[in-house]
Design a binder for this molecule. Structure first.
Ligand code: 5AD
Ligand code: SF4
Length: 479
């Protein structure tokens, strides 16, 4: 499907929102209570952002936010398929939903996200979960109002999945989960085809958004009170390819940091093969850009990296990470690591552990390799589970030891914290994050959510800090 024009398509979908609104109002009057909706998100920050868009449409239609799935009149599961356990979780939840539907006959269930881009998943839902009402994919999220309207005015299961798209339709309502921070998509899809990864198949080819549109979105968010933005893409370092305007990710990042009212800019995710010296320099010179780089290593073995199709060696990765540490003082480097990729030996895992020790990751997600149907690695000979578990434990304990040691390095310093919520264990305290992304708990002292404050990091508790004092706003423009 091509030739869709963002404005025209957005206007069309807004008409469907209006039509749904009338139906929801009628149903609500009949049942004598407002109808409510919940969007449950699995997986990454890109899905989180898509869910905010879906929630935006639902709220414009007149739904209120439901507190639990059981209470909701519509549940949307925004799915992830990067590893197999995410798939299993969805099927478990759908089983429970059947009982909810028996209690509330008008309740609707919609599924979207990466899992829906897989044919075998859609077949299974069609056969085994006929009570699911709407299925749509990653390329046509913007069509949700139209699909919901079709379901509300008919009675059969609606399935609309596109194989790919070159369109970007953005101008639809959105409801941010937090009033003071948000994600902004700067690109969609991925062209890297790492041999273990399903993302390029379910999210399609890489497409960058026009920088002017991105800046406009950041300005609008800032005008609404957002003070921290996270620029999102599967591989932000290759931003700009295929655009008429020549622009690099580093240039975009420094433009976003100039937006009035934005106090902190984060980004996710970087591919080591494309991270430029220009980007390191821009971060080093600009205090508004978070001192945090998530730099997935995946493996420290050259042979495995080659089979993974990652396009860098162990040595190149270490060199890059140490250069980042040298040029950006206090930077935090986090990573993703896969253990158990086909053919991985104990010596390959030793190489991975060696990188963790040399780079000293501030944190790392460690995953057991999970074969995904349709990817090259799924066809390779798989390893023995007990052997993988043993290696996984070795990697995990190294990551935990090093990141705990790393966390302690800011103890006793006063650092800028963005207040993100109430401390779950103590209502007299707040929880926030420093630029490096570490969590800090501290007394409320009259501050508000979304404030930037100076906090003394008195005591490192392993992975977070406890503080006795918070003192005054740092970012003048925001006080
Ligand atoms: N098995 C295990 N981990 C995976 N990841 C991606 N695909 C797989 C897979 N098949 C991990 C990578 C990636 C993160 C988002 O998920 O480490 O960086
Ligand atoms: Fe998957 Fe590799 Fe693309 Fe990341 S860069 S989304 S791991 S294919």
């Amino acid at each position: 499907m091509t030739g869709l024009n963002d404005e025209k398509e957005s206007a069309r979908q807004r008409e469907y929102i209006e039509k749904c609104r009338e139906i929801i109002a009628e149903r609500s009057e009949k049942s004598g209570r407002p109808l409510s909706a919940i969007v449950c998100t699995f997986g990454c920050q890109m899905n989180e952002r898509d869910s905010e868009k879906i929630m935006g449409s639902l709220m414009e239609m007149g739904y209120e936010r439901a507190l639990s799935e059981e209470d909701a009149d519509i549940i949307i599961y925004n799915t992830c398929t990067v590893r197999e356990n995410a798939d299993k979780r969805l099927y478990g939840r759908l089983g429970v939903c059947k009982a909810y539907k028996q209690k509330n006959k008008d309740m609707l269930i919609a599924l979207c996200g990466c899992m829906m881009q897989e044919e075998h998943v859609v077949d299974k839902i069609r056969k085994s979960y006929p009570y699911v009402d709407v299925l749509f994919g990653t390329h046509n999220i913007f069509k949700f109002p139209e699909l919901l309207y079709t379901r509300l005015t008919g009675n059969s299961q609606i399935i609309d999945i596109w194989k790919d798209t070159d369109e970007i339709v953005e101008d639809l309502p959105t409801r941010r989960k937090y009033s003071f921070k948000t994600g902004i998509n700067i690109m969609y899809g991925c062209d890297n085809f790492c041999s273990y990864c399903i993302v390029p198949y379910v999210r399609g080819r890489e497409r960058s958004r026009d920088p002017k549109e991105i800046i406009r979105e950041a300005e609008k968010a800032a005008a609404d009170g957002v003070v921290e933005v996270m620029l999102l893409g599967q591989n932000v370092n290759s931003y700009g390819k295929g655009l008429d305007t020549k622009v690099t990710f580093a240039e975009l990042l420094s433009e976003i940091a100039k937006v009035d009212g934005i106090g902190r800019v984060r980004f996710m995710t970087s591919h080591p093969k494309d991270l430029s010296p220009e980007l390191i320099q821009v971060i080093a010179e600009n205090k508004k850009i978070a001192r945090h780089i998530h730099l997935p290593l995946q493996s420290g073995s050259d042979r495995i990296l080659k089979d993974m199709n990652r396009h860098y060696t162990k040595e190149q990765y270490i060199k890059l990470a140490l250069k980042i540490r040298e040029e950006i003082p206090d930077v935090s480097i986090t990573s993703d690591i896969i253990v158990g990729f086909p053919g991985e030996t104990a010596a390959d895992v030793d190489d991975t552990i060696d990188v963790i020790e040399q780079v000293r990751f501030d944190g790392a997600f460690t995953f057991e390799y999970s074969p995904r149907t349709g990817t090259p690695a799924a066809k390779m000979k798989q390893l023995d589970k007990a052997f993988v578990q043993e290696n996984f434990d070795r990697v995990l304990s190294t990551v935990q030891r090093i990141s705990k040691e790393q966390a302690g390095r800011f103890e006793g310093r006063v650092m800028e914290v963005l207040i993100e919520g109430e401390d779950e264990k103590d209502a007299s305290r707040y929880t926030g994050r420093i630029s490096q992304n570490n969590v800090v708990h501290f007394p409320k002292m009259g501050f508000s959510l979304g404030d930037f404050v100076n906090v003394s990091l008195d005591e490192c508790m392993g992975f977070y800090y406890n503080s006795k004092t918070a003192s005054g706003c740092l970012t003048d423009a925001l006080c």
